[in-house]
Design a protein around this ligand. Structure first.
Ligand SMILES: [Zn+2]
Length: 610
């Protein structure tokens, strides 16, 4: 008996370990470690770079090629970015035809001087913004290799995201500035040409030494390692006089990130503020009459971080830098580049949005090309919640996102959210879709599975998928597990199609004992329906029809009595139910009083007693 028990226990233990290892093997991701030394020439706006990249192949596949992004090559006349911008019907105003007019001293480029794999030369070829490398020996599953590169780069005039001399006079906004290895995942390589947007890269550690003229203050991803050496305590404002020689080496390290940004300016001042039990916030900006709002920003940014950490999960790094630079707002690990000449609400708005990308993109590193709605949309959702908390406390925080989505459906230009972000027909279809319809993908969960489940699932999603590359299915699975409701159909309709929601009260009739209500599904997308009935005597009751394919139902989170009706099959466009009270007792009947269902036509949602 005892022997059997032990044998059984050992079996369970071994089997358990085996099952666990099978489980943990089903998800894998590549890993990289970058070491770079950059020697910057501020007179020519050029730099020489040495990069050592250790690449870990955690995939089950043997890799015979690798690919790098060479983003600066997009800023050359005739590039894919230039051509696309001059042919799309609604070009980004910042780009327009500006790339086509750059001369040789104004373009951006990366020239690869040498490239070796474990000290052996490799064959490589540059095609626009992508460097294709045929390895000298394959990288086997579970093994690693070292790629050494010497490169020479020129920083383009600031046109989009990165470059020199921004419109606000920031000297260098250095985003997408180095040869960056592309991501390889279960869908293969993602060596997308840089046409307009979106980034995706493997996780890793960055060790970066930037040598630059001592007149410049550098702000960057990661933590400065040698603040004392360079005579810049990094706690105080301004530049310390102890700097010697013509150039300084700024040494930064960032652990477990998937990109590295930096910016440099001769006039940066720095302020800091500490989030209680959270990160140190650093603010880099040019102090002048147009940037006065930066003085009030730290206090509000601290409040924002506290709210965000409480509601969306713990910020995973010890520092976050808000840096004036770039041409709008753009997220990077542990930092953002934002334009700085703004009023306080706009400055806080852009800071909150970009900071929230530390959750939805920085930490939950979805492939933005395919799931832009998961980072822009969720960020937009969380920004609305945070801004309402900071400024007006409104409980209709998501209302604007619904309004913009309604507008998108009326333009006739909507495309499915699953479209690759560079391949939307128009920039507006991409942005209105990813930001607003994407925000509703999440906001609508409050309606579908309830507010409590949504809030819990969102945190659980963060905790289960941080430092990974979740896709749409990974996201929806967490929401299914948390709510007990099947939701695959929701992705099919909301993300993979442009079908819209429109429910109507078709007819109401009855006699002295009961009232019969017929609902109609006018839109192609099915949803569960909450019907709010208000009686003449002032009482209220909710009637709820889940969908058959939900295989479950949400909790009633209101204090109003609710009756759950039989499931509504999506194949049926109409649905009838009755209330055991005479029609003359009823004042109003309304579909979705909460406004959280994205019904594009609310005119047919209410019936009133004449
Ligand atoms: Zn964004």
């Amino acid at each position: 008996m005892k022997y059997n028990f032990i044998k059984k226990s050992i079996f369970i233990l071994i089997f358990g370990c085996y099952a666990f290892s099978l489980m943990s093997q089903s998800y894998w991701q590549q890993r990289v470690d970058y070491q770079m030394a950059i020697d910057f020439n501020v007179d020519k706006h050029q730099f020489a770079g040495k990069q050592t990249l250790k690449y870990y192949n955690n995939s089950p596949d043997t890799l015979r090629k690798v690919f790098y992004h060479l983003y600066f090559n997009a800023f050359q006349p005739g590039s894919m970015m230039d051509t696309r911008s001059r042919s799309i019907e609604d070009p980004d105003g910042r780009v327009g035809d500006r790339i086509s007019k750059l001369d040789n001293s104004e373009i951006g480029y990366h020239k690869i001087i040498t490239l070796t794999q474990d000290d052996e030369n490799v064959i490589f070829e540059i095609e626009g913004t992508v460097l294709e490398v045929t390895l000298s020996k394959p990288i086997l599953p579970g093994s690693s290799t070292v790629l050494d590169m010497n490169f020479q780069s020129q920083v383009p005039i600031q046109i989009r995201r990165s470059g020199r001399n921004s419109a606000e006079g920031i000297d260098y906004s250095m985003a997408q500035w180095y040869p960056k290895i592309a991501e390889y995942d279960e869908r293969g390589w993602h060596a997308h040409p840089y046409v307009a947007r979106e980034f995706y890269a493997p996780w890793g550690d960055f060790d970066i030494k930037l040598t630059i003229d001592k007149k410049y203050v550098v702000a960057a991803t990661g933590l400065l390692q040698n603040g004392n050496d360079i005579g810049y305590g990094y706690q105080e404002q301004g530049i310390d006089v102890k700097r010697k020689g013509k150039k300084l080496i700024w040494h930064f390290k960032a652990i477990n990130v998937h990109d590295f940004v930096w910016a440099a300016d001769r006039d940066y001042v720095q302020t800091t503020s500490q989030v209680p039990n959270g990160p140190l916030l650093r603010f880099f900006y040019q102090q002048n009459s147009k940037t006065e709002a930066w003085e009030d920003l730290p206090e509000l940014a601290v409040k924002a971080f506290s709210f965000i950490e409480k509601n969306f999960g713990k910020y995973p790094y010890s520092q976050y830098s808000i840096i004036q630079g770039g041409d709008g707002g753009m997220e990077y690990p542990m930092a953002t580049l934002i334009t700085g000449e703004r009023n306080i609400k706009s400055l806080v708005g852009v800071t909150v949005h970009e900071a929230l990308h530390s959750w939805y993109q920085g930490t939950l590193a979805t492939n933005e090309s395919y799931y832009a709605w998961m980072d822009e949309g969720f960020t937009t959702y969380a920004t609305a919640e945070t801004m309402a908390q900071l400024f007006d406390g409104s409980d209709r925080t998501q209302a604007r996102n619904y309004q913009v989505y309604d507008y998108l459906t009326l333009t006739g230009k909507e495309e499915a959210l699953s479209t690759h972000s560079d391949h939307f027909n128009t920039n507006s279809a991409y942005s209105l879709g990813s930001y607003y319809k994407g925000a509703i993908a999440l906001a609508q969960m409050n309606y579908l599975i309830g507010k409590e489940s949504t809030a819990k699932a969102l945190k659980r999603y963060y905790n289960e998928w941080k430092f990974k590359h979740p896709d749409a299915n990974d996201w929806i699975r967490v929401f299914e597990k948390e709510s007990g409701v099947e939701l695959d159909w929701y992705l099919d309709y909301w993300v993979n199609s442009t079908h819209t929601i429109d429910y109507a009260i078709d007819s109401v009739g009855g006699n002295d004992e009961s009232t019969s209500i017929t609902l109609k599904r006018e839109g192609k997308m099915p949803m569960p329906v909450d019907i709010y009935v208000t009686f003449i005597d002032g009482t209220k009751k909710i009637y709820y029809t889940p969908l058959v394919m939900m295989r479950g139902e949400k909790k009633n989170e209101t204090s109003i009595e609710r009756k759950t009706l039989p499931d509504w099959p999506w194949t049926h466009t109409s649905y009838q139910f009755s209330i055991d009270r005479p029609i003359q007792d009823i004042k109003t009947i309304e579909i979705d009083e909460s406004g959280f269902m994205a019904d594009v036509n609310r005119k047919n949602n209410t019936w009133r007693q004449d």
